[in-house]
Design a protein around this ligand. Sequence first.
Ligand SMILES: NC(=O)c1ccc[n+]([C@@H]2O[C@H](COP(=O)([O-])OP(=O)(O)OC[C@H]3O[C@@H](n4cnc5c(N)ncnc54)[C@H](OP(=O)(O)O)[C@@H]3O)[C@@H](O)[C@H]2O)c1
Length: 305
Amino acid sequence: MSAEPEHVVTGAFGFTGRFITRRLLSMGVRVKTLTRTPARTNPFGDRLTVAAYNFENPGALARSLEGAAVLYNTYWVRFPHGRTTFEAAIANTRTLLRACEEAGVPRIVHVSVTNAATDSPLPYYRGKGLVEEAIKRSSLTYAILRPPLIFGPGDILVNNIAWFLRRFPIFTVMGDGHYRLQCLFAEDFAETAIACASRQDRGVVDVVGPETFSFDEFVRLIADTIGSRARIVHLSSHTVRGLLGLVGRVIRDVVLTPDEIAGLMSGLLVTQSPPLGRTRFRDWLGGVAGTLGRTYASELARHYR
Ligand SMILES: NC(=O)c1ccc[n+]([C@@H]2O[C@H](COP(=O)([O-])OP(=O)(O)OC[C@H]3O[C@@H](n4cnc5c(N)ncnc54)[C@H](OP(=O)(O)O)[C@@H]3O)[C@@H](O)[C@H]2O)c1
């Protein structure tokens, strides 16, 4: 058995966790992942140890964390669905934190979101704020990382903007489209997360990329890059929500949640912090212009079917 301590990543088969895992493995680090679906096809083969989340069995969860030097936590739910709720996700994260304490895991690198706040009127942002508070109260040292929209191969939101732009003659933007957003390349996020793992302090850090766009500019940039001729029209957020609800019923997915719309329109995906990510969205986009949005990426298919 290797003397090198293991790093545990929640969600190595998901989006953000996959980039962290791949990078750690390329550095020769031993990695274990926690997931709901340990039996699924493992793209990392036997280089990755796989264990179940075991939120219902905290003792087993703690045993699966024993000996870990750090936990990279990506666990969260994008929206409530069926028996999945934000409250359950918060409770599960608290269970995970207690398991880390019991197992003697010294450090957590936690993925939060820009402008998470316990007093947010939006349940997604409030839930993220409550989890941040639970981490601060734990005995672990921590890096709480707050990214805005994360882009990269396998992402859902940017891919699906491109899908709509390819598929329909009209693309509807909520309101005036002047509200701003920042974004971050998934590889840059993974690099920052791993750099934070070896520190011993406690801190909350915005991790944003080098560009700030208005939503209009963001959509137009994607449209121009992929060669979409869709007309971009502005409608009230109420109308766009209604339209997205209709489309969602047809394609059997939740395209954009009320919290995502409200968060975007009220500037929650923007910070005043200096950029830690180097990769420019427009440069990345140029490299994937031929493939982005060719197929729809379904959140419900990924997590519920
Ligand atoms: N993607 C973005 O643009 C973005 C932006 C800002 C912040 N974040 C934050 O970054 C973190 C990771 O996001 P991601 O997009 O990379 O997520 P993800 O890979 O889809 O999921 C991350 C983890 O959460 C679990 N999970 C996801 N949905 C679930 C559900 N409905 N029920 C139970 N478990 C579920 C997954 O379980 P399995 O391992 O079983 O799949 C996985 O372990 C989250 O905390 C998110 O809030 C993401």
